[in-house]
Design a protein around this ligand. Structure first.
Ligand code: IMP
Ligand code: MG
Length: 182
């Protein structure tokens, strides 16, 4: 498939599912919610790369309490648009999290496998608290019983792109979330 050809690239953007404006409003509310959890005490926002880098950059600016930022990378191997179930932590946090209120910032929870592995790993390190905020939740596809503390949007079982989410590493830079046309 030749996504590097502009006509092909744009023709795969099926329709906008969540607009920039809707994302902006939901992020402002999520920032307030996160602030209310910790009552001004510091927190560590942990972004799961690569998909959540756009979300984290907007979300952290909607939080008013003191916060640190950390990065982890998890790769779930995809055969086209279906998860293979193999999850690898390819980059770990650099800080000791035992004294932290940790918020995992995820782009999307699909089967739930990626997040289950990340949650288990971080829990074992004894943080003060551990919560999960996800931009998108696709509950229809859940295999692992895992519920986020907050999901900004719940979406049906469609493969989506944009605002950090990719198809074959493309489309992460779209400012909105769209359905991908296979
Ligand atoms: P899970 O382990 O099946 O929950 O998959 C989570 C990871 O798969 C996410 O962090 C995304 O990187 C990727 N993913 C799942 N669904 C989509 C989608 O609709 N679009 C783009 N990436 C997706
Ligand atoms: Mg991801």
């Amino acid at each position: 498939m030749e996504l590097h050809k502009t006509e092909v690239y744009t023709s795969r953007i099926n329709r906008v599912l969540i607009s920039e404006e809707e994302i902006r409003e939901a992020i402002a509310k999520a920032g307030d919610l996160i602030d209310s959890w910790y009552d001004g005490r510091p927190m560590l926002l942990v972004s799961i790369l690569k998909g959540s880098f756009v979300f984290l950059s907007d979300l952290c600016r909607a939080v008013k309490s003191p916060c640190e930022i950390g990065f982890m990378a998890a790769k779930s191997y995809y055969q086209d648009t279906k998860s293979s179930g193999i999850v690898n932590i390819t980059m770990d946090l650099s800080q000791d999290i035992s004294g932290y209120n940790v918020v995992i910032v995820e782009d999307i929870i699909d089967t739930g496998r990626t997040l289950r592995d990340v949650v288990e790993l971080l829990k074992a390190r004894g943080p003060l608290s551990l919560r999960v905020v996800t931009l998108l939740d696709k509950p229809d596809r859940r295999i692992v019983d895992l519920r986020p503390d907050h999901a900004l949007f719940t979406i049906p079982d469609h493969f989506v792109i944009g605002y950090g989410l990719d198809y074959s590493e493309y489309y992460r830079n779209l400012p909105y979330i769209a359905e991908y046309k296979e």
